[in-house]
Design a protein around this ligand. Structure first.
Ligand code: ARG
Length: 479
């Protein structure tokens, strides 16, 4: 990487090199201008998309008879060489390469000679960068969705293995009612299913080609925006050139999808942190997916889960940062839009890593069924079952609630155990007392979508079907 370090001496002096837009300028750009405006350090990763876009543009120029066959062959061969040089790390950047677009075009012109000077015919970096970023976004959203599906598969496997293991379900982080572990794991799986849906919907909306919009207004030349769109595998082509070059909705949507996915991973992370404490003891982390303490020899820390929680802040920051950048921008392209790339790349990179790490963590952790059952078997967790027992015998629910509440209070006051009080109560007795048996309560959650074995078995079928259809959707699109 040479750009950015260029001309480190002599602040404010010209680079002594010419940019691609030098014609109108009497002097070269100041070093401070280049240092501040350069985007090459991060937009290099758009190289494959930039080259794909240029190839399609060249073929469009041939269809419009703006390039002859020899010129097109020379440019396409040069693009092949540029691609190889970039892939092999041999591409020599020069200080005037502001961004990947100028770097590629410069090198094409060096290789192809005069024909290279025709590559940018009818094109602006404004439609070029929007095209590149949409191609990247489609690919990245697909990759992220694949990572989410992989995590869902881990959750599904763990849910299947969980069998009839149960744990307390919580509200307000207070034990509320027992739930099957499978039910709890699938709850996260369903949130992730919505993430997949969102990511793929955003991918569909990003699937519109802006190439041919030019700087802002289209062109007087016979360009072929529909043809280049099809060539690049876009599902649609822009309808309005101003919108095409200034629209970054797809980036904002992607950042939202990634932020919300990050929030879901953060919530999983928080539970892993809690469950792996000695206080809970529901989960034992595999050595390979936990960290030690530099000072405290006994420690085994859930750092992946904590970072999944912590990095959600950064993902939300990337979203809000871009929204603030976009707010108030007049049509059409403004250099502010260059600020779209770093947050997008960062959020994608962070989420891809988080999905891999959390998938590995969840695949290798051990659930401690006894600890979960012990916590869930608190007789107070059966309070709702006792009230529902009374309801089935004809007692209005509000009255039943009061009766059981009083029994709970009496037990908490130390005037008898729940079991004794239930047995002694005229409206409850031995049949109701059986509701306090270990694991009895979770069996009684029988309604659709509920936490007991019957509805969970049906839920497995729906979840598996949803996952299978998302996998098809993933394989279908994402060109
Ligand atoms: N590096 C720029 C970006 O990322 C490319 C577009 C520059 N266009 C321009 N008119 N200066 O947005």
């Amino acid at each position: 990487m040479t750009t950015g370090d260029a001309g480190a001496d002599g602040a404010g002096e010209g680079l002594g090199e010419r940019t691609l837009w030098h014609g109108r300028f009497a002097s070269g750009p100041a070093e401070a201008l280049m240092a501040y405006t350069v985007s090459l350090p991060y937009d290099r990763r758009l190289a494959v998309d930039d080259i794909a876009g240029s190839r399609a543009h060249v073929r469009g120029l041939v269809r419009g008879e703006l390039l002859d066959g020899d010129e097109a062959s020379a440019i396409l061969a040069a693009l092949d060489q540029v691609e190889e040089e970039l892939a092999g790390g041999e591409f020599a950047f020069v200080p005037s390469d502001e961004d990947i677009h100028t770097a590629v075009e410069r090198r094409v012109t060096e290789i192809a000679g005069p024909a290279g000077g025709k590559l940018h015919t009818g094109r602006s970096r404004n439609d070029q960068v929007a095209t590149d970023l949409r191609l990247y976004a489609k690919r990245a959203l697909t990759e992220v969705a694949q990572g989410v599906v992989a995590l869902q598969e881990v959750l599904l496997d763990r849910a299947r293995e969980a069998g009839d293991a149960y744990l307390p379900g919580y509200t307000h982080l207070q034990r509320a009612q027992p739930v099957l572990l499978a039910h709890h794991l699938l709850a996260h799986g369903w949130a992730l299913a919505r993430d997949v849906d969102r990511l793929l919907a955003t991918r569909d909306r990003a699937d519109v080609s802006p190439l041919g919009a030019g700087a802002l207004a289209g062109s007087s030349l016979p360009l072929d925006p529909s043809g280049t769109a099809a060539d690049l595998g876009f599902a649609a082509v822009f309808d309005n050139s101003l919108d095409a070059v200034s629209d970054r909705d797809f980036v904002a949507e992607a950042l939202f999808d990634l932020a919300l996915l990050g929030v879901h991973l953060s919530r999983i992370g928080e539970e892993v942190v809690l469950w792996s404490t000695e206080e809970f003891g529901f989960l034992k982390l595999d050595d390979a997916y936990s960290t030690g303490s530099s000072m405290l020899p006994q420690k085994k820390n859930p750092d992946i889960a904590e970072l999944a929680r912590g990095k959600a802040g950064r993902l939300i920051g990337n979203l809000t940062g871009l929204l603030v950048t976009l707010k108030g921008l007049p049509l059409a392209y403004n250099r502010d839009l260059q600020e779209d790339k770093e947050p997008l790349f960062d959020s994608v990179d962070q989420i891809v890593l988080a999905l891999q790490a959390l998938s590995g963590l969840l695949a290798t952790s051990t659930f401690v069924a006894e600890a979960m059952a012990d916590a869930a078997d608190s007789p107070y967790s059966a309070a709702t079952d006792l009230a529902e027992f009374l309801v089935e015998a004809g007692t209005p629910f509000r009255e039943a609630h009061a009766i059981v509440g009083e029994i709970v209070r009496t037990a908490l006051d130390g005037r008898g155990t729940m079991a004794e009080l239930v047995l002694a109560h005229p409206a409850l007795g031995a049949e109701a007392g059986a509701l306090l048996d270990s694991g009895a309560s979770v069996q009684r959650r029988t309604t659709r979508g509920g936490a007991g074995p019957e509805p969970v078995a049906a839920q497995f079928d729906r979840f598996t079907a949803q996952l299978a259809s998302d996998q098809v959707r993933l394989a279908d699109g994402g060109s």
